[in-house]
Design a protein around this ligand. Structure first.
Ligand code: WT7
Length: 647
């Protein structure tokens, strides 16, 4: 396949943090002398106790242990706020753009300091102390960032839950990390709709295994007669409003947990990925600076939600550690209409825009309309994250949104990596649409075959990382075995990403997608096992198998095969009910696109479902089913093809 290359020189010249030779110099230094490189980079942060140790890491099976800057002490909130306040208290921290285009506001670092301190004091008054877990279930308002930073200030470990998640998802997470407090809002606003966040929390806390929660702080987003539980629920303005805007930052060890973020894997319930303080923050800061070429005064917009790792690292921690202006958008790119993204860019003179291929494809489907009536002249850099970006979407983003003036950084990374891992650097990397290009400083990617043997040259294989980087997750909350099992058991002494990739003749990486049972729907991770176990909880479902299939907008869609329980009458109503059941149980993102009822699933004689066959049928590619001779009952396949839904 021939791809157009966009050389560095084809973009308007501006002095970037790195050019080609600087990238090469820093990359070589970072992999040849990680101790020296990261000892230097750690100095981007202010330390209460300077570190003398830098890298102490082992990927060895049974002994996986990852520590960076282990004897240093610092506070993430201090690094994200106070040190900038000292220099310029009036500098803008957040530009907030409401769901309603008539609503916006600007928050300075000083204002952020005061709000964070007030809330931190209120949390302390409610008994939250260092090491306690706090759930944050908030809409995209500045208070979401304040809540994260207030936790960091007093050493509480936050776990942000995406506002689209269900009461069950909240309850599972509360139970898993034994959280003491929930911070929420009575409502959220998205795309003109009101989301009943507080009532979802109430439903979650009705479950009997959520007794660890002692208090709930509720931000009043809308006037409403919200039900408040006595001695448990408190209005934010009542408890924080009366507190002093000063709160000493808690000295934290570099390896103390900063947050837990739940993400889906190929088995079981979502796991709590643990990120710690020093390495994570240093890595978020350096990647934010180099990948987005952030320069003082730039308006930077990461259009993710704080409920995902992208929001943690690139709306909150990376930008604020760098004293940047971070634009926070409450709404969706298609409300009130598809021009919204471009309008926000013009309104706030956005320099840097970071969004996801699924959003780009949704806009691209509307042709020229999303750019209509806007100039987007302020833009000088675009970013993409979450899934592979197809060259067609890349071109549209580049030409229509970026006026063919802006490089695109296609950034590959994961919840577990904490920050960007494979990416171009503007001004330093020639671009190829669809390729995440080259590793960031300190990152050693490799391709291996199924036995773990290294593959050299231009080749496809499983993507692994052979040495540690500071932003790496340290463990799974309460289950270090699962951490080792999931990431370090496939291949000796390597972190396995779960992704497949191709490397071309220039050493560029092309991520091909997950090679495990993890789906990527609109850039969101879902485990097939997670959806299956939800499905079988419905009384009409005896057995379920879930696979992904290529979807024009979402990247992957969800195709469900279900076996009815005996005596079930299959109706359109029932199908709707099952779909709604999964939505309510997990989240709207997990809502199946197709639900095919079937009397049987293609199983081997030993009872293993042959997902390969189900994937092909879901993709409407049943001519190439491969060998079906090991099936217990090959006739099942004809039946499945006959009644397939994605025609
Ligand atoms: C999975 C991680 C990292 C923040 C958002 C997702 C896929 C992510 C890219 C990219 C191709 C990508 C991978 C990865 N992915 N970015 N630029 N090109 N694939 O975080 O929910 O932890 O998902 O997203 O498959 O494993 P996540």
């Amino acid at each position: 396949m021939l791809h157009k290359v966009h050389p560095v020189a084809s973009y308007p010249a501006r002095k970037t943090h790195a050019d080609k030779s600087e990238y090469q110099r820093l990359y070589n230094w970072s992999v040849e002398d990680p101790e020296g490189f990261w000892a230097e980079q750690g100095k981007r942060l202010d330390w209460m106790t300077p570190y003398t140790k830098v890298k102490q890491t082992s990927f060895e099976k049974g002994k996986v242990d990852i520590k960076w800057f282990a004897d240093g002490q610092l506070n993430a909130s201090y690094n994200c706020i106070d040190r900038h306040v000292k220099k310029n208290p009036d500098a803008t921290a957040i530009i907030w753009e409401g769901d309603d285009p008539a609503m916006d506001k600007t928050i300075s670092y000083q204002q952020m300091h005061d709000e964070v301190c007030r809330l931190a004091n209120a949390m302390k008054a409610k008994g939250v102390t260092k090491g306690d877990r706090v759930i944050i279930y908030m809409p995209m308002i500045p208070e979401a960032a304040f809540a994260m930073l207030a936790c960091a200030r007093i050493g509480a470990v936050h776990s942000v839950i995406f506002g689209g998640f269900s009461p069950n998802a909240i309850a599972d997470r509360v139970e898993d990390c034994q959280a003491k407090m929930v911070i929420t809002a009575n409502f959220g606003r998205r795309g003109g709709n009101e989301v009943p966040l507080k009532s979802n929390v109430d439903k979650a806390l009705e479950r009997d295994n959520t007794g660890s929660i002692e208090s709930v702080i509720v931000y009043k987003l809308l006037e409403d007669d919200t039900a408040m539980v006595a001695d448990r629920d408190y209005w934010w303005h009542d408890v924080a409003g009366v507190c002093e805007p000063v709160c000493d930052p808690e000295p934290m060890n570099a390896e103390d947990p900063l947050f837990v973020l739940y993400t889906s894997g190929s088995t079981g319930k979502p796991k709590g990925v643990v990120h710690t303080t020093g390495g994570y923050l240093a890595y978020a800061a350096i990647t934010h600076e180099y990948v987005f070429d952030y320069q003082p005064g730039d308006v930077y917009w990461c259009a993710a939600d704080v409920g995902w790792i992208t929001g943690h690292s690139y709306i909150v921690y990376g930008p604020f550690a760098n004293g940047a202006i971070s634009l926070m958008f409450e709404g969706v790119p298609t409300y009130p209409d598809v021009r919204r993204m471009a309008q926000v860019v013009d309104k706030h003179k956005v320099d840097i825009l970071y969004t996801a291929p699924t959003a780009i494809r949704a806009l691209m489907a509307k042709g020229d309309l999303p750019a209509q009536g806007t100039s987007r002249e302020s833009l000088r850099l675009l970013g993409s994250v979450g899934e592979p970006i197809n060259p067609e979407a890349w071109d549209w983003y580049h030409d229509k949104i970026g006026n063919s003036q802006c490089p695109i950084v296609d950034t590959w990374w994961q919840t577990e990596t904490g920050g960007i891992m494979i990416t171009p650097l503007p001004g330093a990397t020639d671009l190829k649409p669809g390729s995440a290009t080259l590793p960031f400083f300190g990152v050693k990617p490799a391709l291996v075959d199924s036995n773990g043997s290294f593959l050299e040259g231009a080749v496809s294989g499983n993507l692994v990382i052979t040495d540690s980087w500071p932003g790496q997750a340290r463990t799974v909350w309460g289950d270090h075995d699962r951490f080792e099992q999931t990431y370090f058991s496939a291949y000796d002494n390597m972190y396995f990403t779960g992704d497949g990739a191709r490397r071309d003749e220039d050493g560029y990486f092309w991520i091909t997608g997950r090679v495990d049972d993890v789906l990527n729907v609109s850039g969101h991770r879902l485990g097939t096992a997670e959806i299956e176990s939800s499905l079988v909880e419905h009384p009409a479902v005896a057995e379920a198998a879930v696979v992904g299939y290529p979807h024009d907008i979402k990247g992957q869609g969800i195709y469900v095969y279900v076996l009815p329980t005996d005596g079930t009458e299959i109706t359109e109503e029932l199908t709707k009910e099952v779909r709604q059941f999964v939505r309510d149980d997990l989240s709207p993102i997990a809502s199946p696109d197709f639900i095919q009822w079937t009397p049987g699933l293609p199983k081997t004689r030993s009872g293993k479902i042959m997902r390969r066959i189900l994937r092909k049928i879901a993709a409407n590619e049943f001519d190439s089913l491969g060998d079906t001779s090991t099936l217990a009952d090959p006739a099942v396949v004809d039946e499945l093809i006959e009644n397939r839904l994605n025609k």
